[in-house]
Design a protein around this ligand. Structure first.
Ligand SMILES: [Zn+2]
Length: 249
């Protein structure tokens, strides 16, 4: 066992010694249509029976993805904004759901997005909004329930919100450096830190991936993680199961 992975084994031993089971979940962003990269993700997660929640871009998806997912019973679908279009100015961080456009326009897009995704994917849908770039104008959040959303998923620690939050907290990608996988030992260290928070009542481990840009190092990291967690009694859950355990605000 090299480097960081031993720390993960040790932490999971601590959970099992305490008679507890750690929850993990997996969110993968930016799906719109079937691709070889999506096949690889679905095959890998399928091999380990890991439920994968695809955040799908409503404006650019269609029947082809629905047909592909019909052969992937472990795939769930959430709503990834509307068109993944940036409306912020050049100096700002990218946002589709920011304060740059009239609220009604943005809310209408989100309602349409949920409608498109529900029509295409039926029972596979989790009525959960995944804002593109993990950003949403805080003023829009109280309106999501009336549009039919039951949850919101961004990145980072939980915050008080008028809707249930199922956040991701471990991002495998090195967006600002190599644009490939981050260092495996660093990722394992973050997972162990999140497990310690979860042990004390914090959020489960929420792994965030982006299949369209995965390099070999991401795939080997995921495979190793699935191997280790399958041998250590971790539960990979769907957001639906996690939501069921959260109080409604
Ligand atoms: Zn995205």
């Amino acid at each position: 066992m090299i480097g960081g992975w031993q720390l993960l084994h040790d932490e999971l031993d601590r959970w099992s010694d305490a008679g507890r089971v750690a929850d993990f979940w997996l969110r993968d962003d930016d799906a719109a249509e079937p691709t070889a990269a999506l096949d690889r993700l679905l095959d890998l997660t399928g091999d380990y029976a890991v439920p994968v929640t695809l955040a799908v871009v409503p404006a650019f998806t269609g029947e082809a993805l629905a047909a592909r997912l019909a052969r992937a019973q472990h795939a769930l679908v959430a709503v990834h904004g509307w068109a993944h279009e940036n409306h912020a100015s050049g100096s700002e961080k990218k946002q589709e759901l920011g304060p740059h456009r009239p609220r009604d326009v943005v809310l209408e897009e989100l309602a349409r997005g949920l409608g498109v995704i529900t029509k295409l994917h039926g029972a596979r849908v989790i009525p959960m909004l995944v804002p593109p770039w993990n950003r949403i104008d805080i003023g829009l959040v109280p309106e999501l329930g009336r549009l039919g959303f039951e949850a919101l998923s961004v990145f980072g620690p939980p915050k008080p919100a008028p809707i249930r939050l199922v956040n991701s907290n471990i991002d495998v990608m090195d967006w600002h450096g190599t644009r490939g996988c981050r260092d495996h030992a660093v990722l394992v260290g973050e997972i162990v830190a999140q497990l310690k928070r979860a042990f004390a009542g914090g959020d489960p481990v929420g792994l965030l991936t982006h299949h369209l840009v995965h390099d070999e190092a991401v795939c080997s990291f995921m495979e190793r993680l699935f191997e280790v967690t399958s041998r250590n009694g971790v539960r990979w859950r769907s957001p639906r199961e996690i939501l069921a355990g959260l109080p409604r605000p």
